[in-house]
Design a protein around this ligand. Structure first.
Ligand code: ADP
Ligand code: MG
Ligand code: ZN
Length: 484
């Protein structure tokens, strides 16, 4: 590969999580779970004479994305018919945008493994509709489910600025995270609601002209995106090195053989005969509304991460982990905002080390758990006031997680509060020293490490509930006295 440079551009298709479809009132249903062809009507079945009506919620969702990706917004939008015949498309054309897409000339910064930031250009963000879903039967014949037909779909097309499988993965991961932050897409690649298609070519290092590209389709994870892209780069280099030419085509990924294979020879845009859709008048967006949508955008993950580092003093790793998911980030921020305003780093440690472990073990998401931000803050407070020690705190959190009880209730019910009663502890210590006179003698004669033995005896006598700091202090006093 070293004498070639990779040139990669990504097309990302994301279904929008609206209530209804793009051009009719049908519900958007789970394309895996809903019975086939139960969310359909004459419009999304492509019956002649039916008129499409644009879904305003879909336009707003699409606009959020175009704005978040720093696009210039076209106020004057045109819908076009992309003509092709395939049974997943009952109208024989897909309504899309061609000449005047919603957003153009955007960009997204991605972080590379060497810590540097790279800006990837975004050519366009446009609205379209999804197609139905075909299932090819083993014995021949196919089934078609039109539940997905006309579900609002967003296409995000990057400039060919990407240079490796790893960069493709970083870009696609970031886009998915932003869509989830914006509340417009679940990011579920297995279900096909978020689909990434890399266009891949290579050129000799130092040259400017693009080589012939191939496009990879049906990649169902980010790992496959990175691996499939890298495989394709190596394959194309071997083709050129052998003096042959790369064929412009669509290729799939064979997971078992871990290689790409030819699916079909690629169409050119002219083949689709894009035409403005006569049933849909151009869509004019109100500039004031666009600014309202911009102002209502949530804080995006990269800005949040930078703020966590600057304001909360978190490490890059902790900030990244906590901002990965918006709901987690907001849960954490709520905890930080609750009086007495504990150190954000302390809260971050409890969330990352303890809460995430409990969530992983029980396969629960932040939405499912019974511990609230206030509950965690209260628990950490018990540790900081030394009502319980750190280890007990972890056990209490596990119990809170399992039962939904408050930390205070768990501590009370299980009698976990540390013994901080000086008189009682002093009496216990006195008794222990009296019972171990020989050990005390040896300690006096210079075996300093026996102090740990006495400490252990006290903890044992109090079932681990003695306040260790206090025991340490009282033990010191008692041994001093014995010495005199
Ligand atoms: P289409 O695939 O519909 O023909 P475009 O030609 O606009 O659309 O390109 C789709 C994607 O392919 C874009 O992300 C673009 O950056 C990328 N691309 C275009 N030409 C090349 C190339 N020679 N090598 C790699 N990527 C390319
Ligand atoms: Mg394409
Ligand atoms: Zn419908």
């Amino acid at each position: 590969m070293s004498k070639y440079e990779a040139v990669i551009g990504l097309e990302i298709h994301a279904e929008l999580m609206t209530n209804s479809k793009m051009f009719c009132g049908c519900r958007v249903v789970d394309s895996v779970e809903a019975p086939p062809n139960t969310a359909v009507c004459p419009v999304c079945l492509g019956m002649p004479g039916m008129l499409p009506v644009v879904n305003a919620q879909a336009v707003e969702y699409a606009l959020r994305v175009a704005l978040a990706l720093n696009c210039t917004i076209n106020l004057h939008n045109v819908f076009a018919r992309k003509n092709y015949f395939y049974p997943d498309l009952p109208k024989s054309y897909q309504i899309s945008q061609y000449e005047r897409p919603l957003g153009i000339k955007g960009w997204l910064d991605i972080e590379l493994e060497n810590g540097e930031t790279k800006r990837i250009g975004i050519r366009r963000v446009h609205m379209e509709e999804d197609t139905g879903k075909l299932t090819h039967l083993d014995g021949g014949g196919s089934l078609v489910d039109y539940n997905r037909s006309s579900v609002p779909l967003l296409e995000i097309v990057s400039e060919p600025d990407i240079r490796s499988g790893e960069e493709a993965r970083a870009y696609a991961t970031r886009i998915r995270q932003i869509l989830r932050y914006l509340g417009v897409n679940s990011g579920d690649m297995e279900k096909g609601v978020f689909r990434v298609e890399p266009n891949i070519s290579i050129r000799p290092v130092g040259t400017a002209a693009f080589g012939t590209r191939t496009e990879l389709k049906n990649l169902n994870s980010f790992r496959v995106l990175a691996d499939g892209t890298d495989y394709e780069l190596v394959r194309q280099a071997a083709v050129l090195d052998a003096g042959r030419q790369v064929v412009q085509e669509t290729r799939g990924w064979h997971e078992g053989r871990r290689e790409t294979f030819s699916q079909r020879i690629k169409e050119e845009a002219e083949d689709y005969r894009y035409l403005p859709d006569p049933d849909l008048p151009p869509l004019h967006l109100d500039a004031t509304w666009v600014e309202e949508v911009r102002a209502a955008l949530p804080e995006l993950p990269q800005a949040k991460l930078a703020r966590y580092r600057a304001d909360f003093g978190l490490s890059a790793y902790d900030a990244a982990v906590l901002t990965e998911d918006r709901t987690v980030a907001e849960w954490f921020e709520t905890a930080v905002s609750i009086p007495p305003h504990l150190n954000p780093k302390t809260i971050a440690n409890w969330v990352i080390n303890e809460l995430f472990r409990l969530m992983n073990e029980s396969k629960q998401s932040i939405d499912d758990i019974r511990v609230s931000p206030a509950g965690l803050v209260e628990l950490i407070g018990l540790v900081e006031k030394q009502t319980i020690n750190n280890n007990t705190g972890k056990e209490v959190l596990a119990e809170m997680f399992a039962s939904g009880q408050s930390g205070t209730a768990v501590v009370e019910a299980k009698g976990l509060a540390q013994i901080s009663d000086e008189a009682a502890l002093a009496a216990t210590i006195k008794q222990i020293l009296a019972d171990n006179a020989a050990m005390v003698e040896r300690y006096m004669n210079g075996e300093a490490k026996l102090r740990g033995f006495f400490m252990g005896q006290v903890m044992q006598a109090t079932q681990g509930k003695a306040n260790p700091k206090l025991v340490n202090q009282l033990l010191g006093q008692a041994l001093n006295q014995a010495e005199k």
